[in-house]
Design a protein around this ligand. Structure first.
Ligand code: GSH
Length: 201
């Protein structure tokens, strides 16, 4: 399989998942700005939506959308338990988290990275994120990971999103459970490996 990624982007989430699962995946670096690829090629031809992550399967088929990709990867090695079994209530709980993360957290960060976002909007986006962080902080009280004591693909995603609090200058001191959680996930050996491979260690 081949994972199209950009260093530090949301593609870090499936990248972490491949490391945690020990799945052999080739990495293809993409410039999300100009849609070029390291070594040449037009990324628009790979994913007409123009964004990472994109996962190319061994049969050439391509899968997009982070929440779908991480579940596909987890299902390649179900015994690793990075996603509960399909059809169980726990699996829907995982999907509840993935959807929350993608729509309520990920996409609230996006305007903070766009050069054409009016400066006046940035505090509003940060306030919205703060409300989501309040919820996450409550949910993580007394818990190691989002789903309880076991690391799941939702943690790879949330950790990735939390790395963006640094460039956007959102201090996590107000949310001690979330702050401790980010440090806990960062300390995982496979997470460290993924960060290093993207030049972010
Ligand atoms: N809905 C997509 C969004 C992916 C996304 O926002 N990717 C960003 C990086 S974090 C990107 O490549 N942006 C470039 C662009 O949209 O032009 C998903 O969840 O996978």
């Amino acid at each position: 399989m081949k994972l199209y990624y950009a260093p530090g982007a949301c593609s870090l989430s499936p990248h972490i998942v491949t490391k945690e699962l020990g799945l052999p995946v080739t990495l293809q670096k993409v410039s999300t700005k100009d849609k070029t690829m390291e070594g040449g090629g037009d990324f628009w031809q790979v994913n007409p939506k123009g964004y990472v992550p994109t996962l190319e399967l061994d049969n050439g088929e391509r899968l997009t959308e982070g929440p779908a990709i991480v579940q596909y990867l987890a299902d390649q090695k179900p015994d690793a338990g990075l996603a509960p079994k399909n059809g169980t209530m726990e699996r829907y709980r995982l999907q509840e988290w993935l959807n929350f993360l993608t729509s309520e957290v990920h996409k609230q960060f996006s305007p903070l990275f766009r050069p054409n976002t009016p400066e006046e909007y940035k505090p509003i986006a940060k306030e919205n994120l703060g409300k989501r962080f309040d919820w996450l902080d409550k949910q993580l009280a007394g818990k190691e990971y989002l789903m309880g004591s076991k690391f799941s693909v939702a943690d790879a995603y949330l950790f990735t999103l939390l790395t963006w609090t640094r460039p956007t200058q959102i201090g996590l001191d107000k949310w001690p459970n979330l702050k401790a959680y980010a440090e806990r996930v960062r300390a995982r050996p496979k997470v460290k490996e993924a960060l290093k491979a993207e030049g972010l260690a």
